[in-house]
Every structure is written in C-alpha cells, then in structure tokens.
Design a protein around this ligand. Structure first.
Ligand SMILES: Cc1cc2nc3c(=O)[nH]c(=O)nc-3n(C[C@H](O)[C@H](O)[C@H](O)COP(=O)(O)O)c2cc1C
Length: 209
C-alpha cells in the first residue's frame, strides 16, 4: 500500500514538473495540421482561350494555368466553369460581348456544375473582365450554398488586378470566410511560368499563416 502511494506521489510530482505549455503546443499543432490536411479542396475557375490582350492567340487561358498550379500545390480538384454559349474567339468581339453582359447583369448558363457543398475550401479563379468577374462566374456562385466555406479568390489581368472582386465575392458567397486573393498578370502566367509559380507559392504560404 505504502509502495503504491509513493509511486502515485512520484507520478504526480513528475507530471507537475513536466513543461505543460510544450505538451499543449505540440498537441495543438498536431490537431491543426490534421484539420488542414483533411480539408477537401476545390479549384474552380473560368478562363478564356482564343485571341487575348498581350498574349496573342492562346490555347490554354491564363487563369487556367494559374488554377493548375494551385491545384497541384493544394491537392485540390480542378473544375472549369464553361459557358454554354462560347464567347467570340477574337479579342474585340469578346470584349464587346462581355461589356453587354456586365451592363445587363446577365447570368449566362454554364455547361456543368461542381458539388461545392462537398468541399471545405474553394479557390475561385477568373480573369478580370471590365473590372469584374465574367458573368458565368456569378451563375456558378449563385447556384450554391457558401455558408461555412473558405473562399480564396485568384485572378489574372493585364493591370487591373483583382479590382473590387473580393468584395463582390464576399457579397455573393453569403456565409463564407474569404482569404486574401491573388492577382497575376496574364502575360506572366502565359509566358513566364516559373515566375508565376513563384508568385503562387509565396501567396499560398502567406495565406496559410
Ligand atoms: C472581355 C475582356 C475584358 C477585359 N477587361 C480587363 C480589365 O478590365 N482590366 C484588365 O487589367 N484586363 C482586362 N482584360 C485582360 C484579361 O483580364 C487578361 O488577359 C486575363 O489574363 C485573361 O485571362 P484568361 O486567359 O484566363 O481568360 C480583359 C480581357 C477580356 C477578354
């Protein structure tokens, strides 16, 4: 009996001397790492091919290139938002069509959908069109419930950056938590992929802190 009591006492003293803050810190980190890695990630994007500003006639859109880099780094599932009626392949005609749709607040039908509700984190990518997202991106957003999702915008442009698309996304994706978006120059994505990749990696590190 005496022996049992002294063993218990020893154990008590040992646990009191143990650096509790270290032990807690360790378990907290483990927990958050587990949570991060178990998150389901979707990389949804709109991107346009054909003739475009500063890059000529392209077969893979600038935003598409960035979306692939993000999907590779995050292990996310890629999903392309494709309008049912394709935009013109010539730059000027596309610019005109996009302008009309923006003015009309159009919601063009899209070809397929992604099960947003099954994901925790959604990277949402688009080119800057007239200081806004292309209207099919709104079609996609508005057919889903964003409550509790983490939404991370990224965009390519030729100078305007994100414009105020982050605020527009915050308003449209009700109940979502937004992380700071990324803007990459379209010509960099298309013609200098190592540079674009650096920007993507640096941004992913920043937003994960
Ligand atoms: C219809 C249209 C409108 C555009 N409007 C803007 C703009 O307002 N600001 C800007 O910096 N770039 C603008 N651009 C350039 C695109 O944002 C840029 O080329 C982008 O990288 C294209 O991405 P994508 O290849 O994924 O479609 C526009 C391009 C098009 C086709």
């Amino acid at each position: 009996m005496k022996k049992t009591i002294s063993i218990l006492l020893l154990l008590l003293i040992a646990s009191a001397l143990c650096p509790a803050s270290y032990a807690q810190e360790g378990s907290k980190t483990d927990r958050s790492m587990k949570t991060e890695s178990s998150k389901r990630v979707l990389v949804a994007f709109f991107s346009h091919t054909g003739e475009n500003y500063a890059v000529g006639n392209i077969e893979k859109g600038n935003t598409h290139i960035i979306a692939e880099m993000i999907a590779e780094a995050s292990g996310g599932t890629l999903f392309e938002i494709v309008p049912q009626n394709a935009y013109p392949k010539t730059y000027n005609a596309c610019v005109e069509a996009a302008k009309k749709e923006k003015q009309a607040k159009a919601r063009p039908a899209i070809k397929a959908d992604a099960p947003v509700e099954e994901y925790d984190v959604i990277y949402l990518g688009y080119p800057n069109w007239w200081g806004d997202m292309p209207m099919p991106v709104y079609t996609f957003i508005e057919q889903h419930d964003w409550n509790g999702k983490i939404v991370i915008p990224f965009c390519t442009s030729e100078g305007s950056g994100l414009s105020d698309t982050e605020q527009r996304i915050a308003a449209a994706c009700k109940g979502a938590v937004l992380r700071k978006g990324l803007a990459v120059r379209g010509a960099t994505a298309q013609n200098d992929r190592p540079q674009a990749k650096k920007a993507v990696q640096a941004w992913l590190e920043r937003i994960s802190q």
